[in-house]
Ligand binder design. Structure first.
Ligand SMILES: Nc1ncnc2c1ncn2[C@@H]1O[C@H](COP(=O)(O)OP(=O)(O)OP(=O)(O)O)[C@@H](O)[C@H]1O
Length: 521
């Protein structure tokens, strides 16, 4: 009776460590000034999904030592051993971290418990909103990535910096089409509702590897301020009901991403897949992880195509979600999966065009932000003569890099051996006109639709500070890429020829036929 009476003066909230609200509260707690004075704290480098310096020990941000700033940030957190009290908006609060043993393998699950001495929910509401707002503000320049765990719950695993959509160079109009369509969709809830059409949209991005499919999706997430939920169809133990549960657990307005949707097909996804019992040792078998030393779980999922279709548009499918599926094998997909309603817009991502090569070169040596600054500089220095050797096409970049040992008596003759471009060196400052000229020459050397944008990016990376050399070397590089591709194709053709026993071949096959499949040397 006494305890009941006392309890009636408190409001207690529990935060499960697998839930995002736990992260919000822990970050909020780590920022409370009273922690800097607490007599017993837990020192932690956990970032709670934040990439930024949002949580750090006071003074850490002022450190001049680069290694300190670059390493994981330290935070003081309430220790799991004891309860803490603090004041929040004139209300007394008690904070406890409760750890409970789960399963047989020493795993612990944690809940954070916050009890507020009040009879009304108002203070709790304010606290939750404040913690959530602070967390979101720290995430303003990032996108949150969620993946599913073996309990089919979504877990925040990372925050990635937003990528400027202009840095992804696609054929004219493609980025705009994707962003505008998704934005328009998000604003059309009433339109869908009035017509009784399920409020969800699917995009199928298909085509060449390394052409920017994944990059554009994360950029769109940043543009629209949506979180990304990665649905891994080939996850061990994923079956139809688990997928349906996952999809129905998606929040309203989010991006669900299914990468390489064809890979699920080649493993086990087909309409007739029979739901068999779980293979022993798979996490889904008994809900517990396998004991140490157990053989690795088979990687095949137990998903059927009808299970996937139901999850996408069945009653459980979440409203307001945007689905992006990517594939390199468009023709391998079942038409039922690709039909409007499931995948409303199909966009092909092709190998790089000359137009893309030119734009990539331009953005590589004069990205958008620098472009604006360059424009201003050029206006300022319009009357100046071109005396700056950095602007000359035959500039020796290596000689423009200052050598700290230039005055030393004995300079070792051996140079360090490395491959790649050192970040200590800088590209010569080029004018926009010069970059444009070089970009046009570069595009001339790049064949239409033969190489991926990722390959072009990789090539330019090796000439990070040598734009002129990049242009001069482009033709030879294209040739070497062609040769490498031809060699690979030859090897693949060789591997595809089934081994014929010698005597069978001699008896049955005409000599010319055997020769035909022989690779030409
Ligand atoms: N169109 C592009 N514009 C700028 N950079 C690009 C473009 N396409 C690819 N890249 C670069 O190439 C790399 C790989 O790109 P990304 O992963 O987006 O390709 P993808 O089409 O999803 O490839 P895959 O089909 O193999 O998953 C990234 O670093 C990205 O910056």
């Amino acid at each position: 009776m006494y305890h009941k009476l006392i309890a009636s003066f408190w409001i207690t909230a529990h935060f499960d460590e697998n839930d995002s609200s736990y992260d919000w509260m822990m970050v909020w707690l780590s920022k409370q000034p009273s922690w800097a004075e607490a007599r017993e704290v837990e020192v932690s480098t956990r970032s709670f999904g934040l990439n930024t310096a949002a949580i750090m020990v006071p003074g850490e941000e002022d450190a001049n030592d680069l290694s300190l700033l670059a390493s994981r940030k330290l935070a003081y957190l309430p220790s799991a051993q004891q309860s803490y009290s603090l004041w929040y908006r004139n209300r007394y609060m008690v904070i406890t971290r409760v750890q409970a043993q789960t399963g047989y393998y020493g795993q612990k699950e944690e809940t954070l418990q916050i009890s507020i001495l009040t009879r009304h929910h108002r203070t709790l509401n304010e606290l939750l909103l404040e913690a959530k707002k602070n967390y979101m503000a720290a995430e303003e320049h990032s996108i949150s990535i969620y993946v599913s765990d073996s309990n089919n719950s979504w877990r925040h695993v990372a925050s990635r910096p937003k990528r400027n959509i202009n840095s992804i160079i696609l054929d004219p109009g493609v980025s705009e089409l994707l962003v505008d369509d998704a934005r328009d969709f998000l604003e059309s809830k009433a339109w869908y509702g009035a017509r009784g059409i399920p409020f969800r949209r699917g995009y199928l991005l298909y085509g060449a590897p390394g052409s920017g499919k994944t990059s554009i999706i994360s950029s769109i997430a940043g543009e629209l301020g949506l979180d990304v939920y990665i649905v891994s169809l080939s996850r061990a133990g994923l079956d139809d009901s688990a997928l349906s549960e996952l999809i129905s657990n998606l929040p309203e307005k989010c991006i669900a991403l299914m990468e390489d949707i064809d890979a699920a097909f080649t493993q086990s996804l087909n309409r007739d897949a029979v739901q068999g019992p779980a293979a022993p040792g798979t996490p889904a078998d008994d809900g517990k992880p396998p004991p140490p030393g157990a053989p690795p779980a088979p990687s095949t999922s137990r998903l059927s195509l009808s299970g996937l279709l139901n999850a996408l548009d069945g009653v459980a499918a979440q409203e307001g979600r945007i689905l992006y599926a990517t594939t390199n094998k468009y023709t391998a997909l079942d038409p039922a999966l690709c039909r409007p309603g499931r995948m409303d817009i199909h966009v092909e991502f092709k190998l790089a065009s000359k137009f893309q090569a030119q734009k990539l070169f331009y953005s590589f040596y004069l990205p958008a932000e620098e472009n604006a600054a360059a424009e201003q500089n050029e206006k300022d220095t319009e009357k100046e003569k071109d005396s700056d050797s950095g602007y000359n096409s035959d500039v020796d970049v290596a000689s423009t890099v200052s050598d700290p040992h230039a005055d030393a008596d004995v300079i070792p003759s051996e140079k360090p051996t490395f491959f790649g471009t050192s970040h200590r060196q800088h590209a010569p400052r080029l004018r926009r006109k010069q970059v444009a000229e070089l970009a046009a020459r570069f595009a001339e050397a790049i064949p239409e639709r033969e190489l991926s944008m990722a390959a072009l990016q990789g090539f330019l990376m090796t000439y990070k500070i040598r734009p002129y050399e990049a242009v001069n070397a482009a033709k030879d590089w294209v040739e070497s890429e062609r040769e490498a591709r031809a060699k690979k194709a030859q090897q693949q053709a060789q591997a595809a020829v089934p081994a014929v026993p010698a005597e069978t071949a001699a008896a049955a096959a005409p000599v010319t036929a055997v020769e035909e499949v022989k690779p030409s040397s």
